[in-house]
Design a protein around this ligand. Structure first.
Ligand code: MG
Ligand code: ZN
Length: 219
């Protein structure tokens, strides 16, 4: 069982670094989320919508995790907020050390909301604490409604579930009740938002909730 032990040690080391990241966020009262989903669910689109709507109320900064491109970071840069690209060079998740390695480039005294967009993947990001306060997992309508059943760990470890692209519901057989039921069976504490980054439906609730989390953090 050597393999198991090696993996346990890797996660233990990750946990220690994540704790140090968390101390930096806590010391500066920065509310931090780890945004996770399959590729193409709309993580970057949600970020664009969020920054666009809240940039006058919240000071937002971003880490963009990606296998090898800078496309997402370029999309975020247009909003003139602090953003760093982490290219994992093929690794399918961010780990706490990758996050730690870019934290020096931020002035956390001037940040309210820090978003870490993980690499598109529903498997291993679930196992790697980055030091975030909340974990947000996103699924989108075209992916199908079997994600909670197939990838239970990420739903178990998340605090928030976002169902995106609800404008496409009429064109699919996606069963939103089933997804919510399956996800809540795995994790009854999940906070759920149903949104469309295309039409804007449901986004207001997400914005209100985010602002609440930021102000809780400041107290
Ligand atoms: Mg993206
Ligand atoms: Zn991975």
């Amino acid at each position: 069982m050597t393999k198991v032990r090696v993996f346990t040690n890797i996660l233990k080391a990750n946990e220690n670094i994540a704790q140090k990241n968390r101390e930096i966020f806590n010391k500066n009262k920065v509310y931090t989320i780890n945004l996770m989903s399959s590729p193409g669910s709309g993580k970057t689109s949600l970020l664009e919508r969020t920054i666009d709507s809240l940039k006058n109320e919240l000071r937002i900064a971003v880490i963009e995790g990606d296998l090898q491109t800078t496309k997402d970071a370029e999309r975020i840069e247009k909003y003139n907020i602090p953003v760093t690209q982490i290219n994992t060079d093929g690794a399918c998740h961010l780990d706490a050390n990758m996050v730690a390695s870019v934290l020096d480039s931020y002035n956390f005294k001037e940040i309210d909301l820090f978003v870490i967009e993980n690499v598109g993947n529903l498997v291993c990001p679930a196992g790697y604490d980055l030091g975030e306060e909340d974990r947000v997992v996103m699924v989108s309508i075209p992916e199908g409604d079997d994600k909670p059943i197939k990838y239970p760990l990420i739903f178990h470890n998340a605090n928030v579930l976002i169902i995106n692209k609800i404008d496409l519901l009429p064109y699919t057989n996606f069963n939103r009740l089933k997804v919510k039921e399956d996800a809540l069976n795995i994790n009854p504490n999940l906070k759920i938002f149903e949104i469309s980054c295309q039409t804007g439906e449901g986004l207001e609730n997400w914005f209100i909730w985010l602002k609440e989390q930021v102000s809780k953090k400041k107290r």
